[in-house]
Ligand binder design. Structure first.
Ligand code: PLP
Length: 852
């Protein structure tokens, strides 16, 4: 095919309808139901055809129809009212504005953003989480600026060949046809950021910008004539290339992203951020650009590192090795060595940041997550369990500390309720409960009858069935354009049958085909004459993952069997629009990952917001929130001998739950045909989970636990010309150099008899060699608690020992008292760690000395 030059001609909107332009240009429409209703009113059919895309819709609508609308006073008033509402939303103070001393600007870096189906810059959970983060930040008034890349072909569109093999296509998106505008200088020329890359070349990028409510998003795009052909392709696809291509994307995201923020500062008045949050390791190079800037201001590398770390928050998202970017160190060296990518930073300092120079690490590898942790003073996983898994996974970076002391916390993900709650549920809440705040409504209120709720759940299921039929017919038609669609295709699924959904990226650990473990049993479950079950399945495999594609093929082949094809369907091209109908339409949302590899999992959260019950392995968020009433836990067979045995045990447990608990309860109807017990669980899920699972809760937690302390720390270290950073770096160097001389010489105890009793107080005095350090530089503490069988301390507690006056030098004395507050085996140890008010965590320097 010949390459054509393509561009988008935007519609000319009549003067009186300019409000439509303003509304389409701010992505708040993607979750603001009244605005969506307005666009749907312009043309119901085009709204559907354009996959809910206001800009495409306005481009497609005929000038005559626009003229009619322009003369329709009611419509014009409606549009103007919504525009005024948007302006108010953007300007009025919100939650964040009530916080004292909150930072005025926060940058949020992510390799993908999933905001709306019409801006397909995401592959899955990570991107949609980032989109939800921006939306909730906007709702809460958090002054965030998102930074990412604009991928010309997004991720990929999925279809299936006749034999069920995934086909990828890469549509070319025209940013001019999207709610994006290019950032320009006052003279009209596009603003560019430039990166020096090897062989004296330059990688340039223009900056697309859009508003997500109050939040600005900047997306860098290398597809411009200023670049050599190969470099134009740097932002061609999301996760498309390996090695060097991926490195170039990440250099652009991190380094280019910080430069783009400066440009946005000049041209749009975006304030210089105090806090930088990196969503996963891909954007880690942002720290280097900020360090380089401070070196330019006269700081040394260690001083600049401290200043940057203080203001950086790093979120790790995966315990799966393949999810972490690792480059050959030699490749990274080539980019940073001997030229001007970031000025003033020694390439060896760069390489040390990403080196796996700890037990179990690989030499010659540059690890982006490791760099992320070293460049951020605050780090977190995305559920409690994942925090724990991450502390184990990265413990090598803090040798000498127990797992639970590794400085990685957790903020459990949340999902943006207005985006992920079905409009029918909003309507129901409004009508029956008098509130549109579905996340905080009392779904047990007697004002809402079981029957009304059940009918809405039924309509949601019916919408899904309709949508699935439409999609399957379209897919059939695309695959075999000249054949007649078979009649059974328009009768797949039944709006009255218990519906189980499963959709996610087809990564091995998510086990798409676990349900096929015993195909005969599954067939019996689906076709049970009294209590039938149907399954709706979707998901994309990474284009390079043939194993994943084989799983899809296996599933599609099974789904084609005449005896199950009306009860089990695979819907191609899982995306946000499909998800918005799928999650609410299912009665049960299934998740069966290999525990503990699902860091959080957010699709089940979105399902729960709609009263869909979860059926899941106790992994990610479900391990934290399953309470026996909001769904079912599939027992995981972690202790099984091998993977096959584990799969068998867990698959059988899954079948048992469906057959013996879920289906009977779903089909247990009262005289009105309502499953009362089931409805109780739905109400319980809506009432208790919705507030917890909302992205508002998540973003508040990020603000309170991470952004505010990071801002305070960064401001402190940055004051008086970075005096704080200089002093902290100097102190750190001194303590690190002196540490080998630190020793706990001996510990004296007293205050208890030979046989101590509960209530006794154990007096301790420790003599510590401090070498060059003073007592102020350290914390000497007793760690004590119940002594386990292997002499480990169970749930240990800490008591700080205070230095005796004038204590210093070779054997400084530290004293304190430990209460013996419980009977049984007791143990303690005395240890020394560095102490400085600029530290966020005692483990931060990775230095510790314990009594021998
Ligand atoms: C929420 C969502 C995901 C992520 O779901 P997980 O449960 O984390 O796998 C992926 N794709 C789409 C379209 C989503 O809406």
């Amino acid at each position: 095919m010949k390459a054509i030059r393509r561009f988008t001609v935007r519609a000319v909107i009549p003067e009186s309808l300019h409000a439509l332009d303003e509304l389409a240009g701010n992505l708040r429409w993607s979750w603001h139901q009244p605005t969506r209703d307005l666009f749907r009113h312009v043309s119901e059919q085009l709204w559907r055809q354009t996959n809910h895309d206001p800009i495409a819709l306005l481009g497609a609508v005929s000038p005559e129809h626009l003229a009619d609308l322009a003369n329709d006073e009611g419509f014009v008033g409606w549009a103007n009212g919504l525009r005024d509402d948007l302006r108010r939303y953007i300007e009025e103070p919100r939650w964040y504005q009530s916080l004292p001393d909150a930072p005025r600007s926060i940058a949020y870096f992510s390799p993908e953003f999933g905001i709306a189906a019409s801006l397909p810059q995401y592959s899955g959970g990570l991107g949609i989480l980032a989109g939800d983060h921006l939306k909730s930040a906007s709702d809460l008034g958090v002054p965030l600026t998102g930074v990412g890349l604009f991928y010309r072909s997004g991720y990929f569109a999925q279809s299936l060949s006749a034999d069920g093999w995934q086909q990828e296509s890469y549509p070319t998106f025209d940013p001019d046809g999207m709610p994006l505008s290019v950032l320009r200088h006052v003279d009209g020329t596009p603003a560019l950021v430039a990166l020096a890359v090897p062989d004296g070349r330059t990688l340039s990028a223009r900056i697309w910008t859009t508003l997500v409510g109050r939040v600005r998003l900047l997306l860098l795009d290398t597809n411009i004539p200023e670049n050599d052909d190969d470099l134009r392709g740097v932002t061609d696809r999301l996760y498309g290339g390996g090695g060097e291509h991926r490195l170039l994307q990440e250099l652009l995201l991190g380094i280019g992203g910080v430069r783009a923020l400066r440009v946005a500062g000049t041209l749009l008045g975006v304030q210089a951020p105090t806090v930088f949050h990196t969503n996963e390791g891909h954007a880690g190079f942002q720290g280097l650009e900020r360090i380089a800037e401070l070196i330019g201001d006269g700081l040394t590398f260690p001083q600049a590192l401290e200043a940057v770390r203080a203001g950086t928050v790093f979120t790790t998202h995966t315990p799966v090795a393949a999810g972490i970017d690792r480059f050959e160190a030699s490749l990274v060296r080539r980019y940073f060595e001997g030229h001007e990518l970031v000025t003033g930073i020694d390439v060896d300092d760069v390489l040390r940041l990403g080196a796996e120079d700890y037990e179990g690490g690989a030499p010659g590898v540059f690890n982006m997550a490791v760099m992320g942790l070293r460049l951020a003073q605050r780090a977190n996983g995305v559920s409690k369990l994942h925090g724990d898994v991450s502390r184990h996974m990265f413990a090598g970076l803090w040798p000498g500390f127990d797992f639970d002391e590794v400085p990685i916390g957790s903020v459990t993900n949340g999902v943006h309720a207005p985006t992920w709650t079905d409009p029918l549920l909003f309507e129901l809440a409004q009508d029956a409960l008098g509130t549109s705040d579905t996340a905080h409504a009392d779904w047990f209120s007697p004002a809402l009858s079981d029957d009304a709720l059940w009918r809405v759940r039924g309509r949601l299921r019916e919408n899904l069935v309709q949508d699935a039929r439409t999609r399957l017919a379209a897919a059939w038609h695309r695959r075999s354009p000249s054949t007649i669609t078979p009649p059974w295709l328009s009768a797949v699924l039944d709006p009255n049958v218990l519906t189980i959904g499963f959709a996610r990226r087809v990564a091995t650990y998510k086990r798409l085909t676990l349900m096929l473990h015993d195909k005969e049993r599954l067939t019996r479950i689906l076709n049970d004459p009294e209590r039938p079950v149907q399954l709706v399945i979707a998901g994309k495999a990474h284009p390079a993952d043939d194993g994943g594609k084989r799983l899809i093929q296996e599933l599609v082949e099974f789904a084609a069997r005449p005896e199950v094809r009306e009860r089990l369907v695979f819907l191609p091209d899982y995306d946000i629009t499909m998800a918005q109908t799928l999650y609410p339409g299912c009665d049960i949302w299934l998740n069966n990952p290999l525990r503990p590899l699902e860091a959080c999992g957010t699709s089940g959260m979105k399902a729960a917001l709609n009263g869909t019950l979860n059926l899941s392995i106790l992994d990610g968020w479900w391990a934290e929130y399953f309470d026996g009433e909001n769904g079912w836990a599939i027992p995981s067979a972690d202790a099984a001998g091998d993977v096959a045995e584990r799969d068998a045990l867990e698959a059988n447990a899954l079948y048992d739950l469906i057959e013996h608990q879920i289906a009977p309860r779903f089909y247990d109807r009262d005289e009105g045909g309502v499953p009362a017990r089931w409805m109780h669980q739905v109400r319980h899920t809506l009432t208790t989970l919705s507030p917890e699972l909302s992205a508002d809760r998540m973003v508040r937690q990020y603000v309170e636990d991470l952004y505010l302390p990071a801002a305070e720390e960064a401001t402190g270290l940055g004051s008086d010309g970075y005096g704080g950073a200089r002093r902290f770096a100097q102190w750190k160097a001194r303590v690190t150099a002196a540490w080998p001389d630190i020793a706990v010489l001996h510990v004296e105890s007293g205050g208890v008899d030979a046989v101590p009793e509960v209530g006794d107080r154990l007096r301790l005095r420790a003599y510590v060699a401090l070498g060059e350090l003073s007592p102020d530089d350290v914390t000497v503490e007793v760690v004590y608690g119940h002594a386990g069988e292997d002499d480990e301390l169970v749930a240990p507690q800490h008591v700080r020992l205070e230095p005796r006056e004038n204590s210093s030098g070779r054997a400084a004395a530290f004293e304190g008292v430990v209460p013996l507050d419980r009977s049984g085996a007791f143990g303690y140890t005395v240890r020394v760690v560095p102490s400085n008010p600029a530290m966020a965590n005692p483990a931060e320097l990775g230095l510790i000395t314990s009594a021998g």
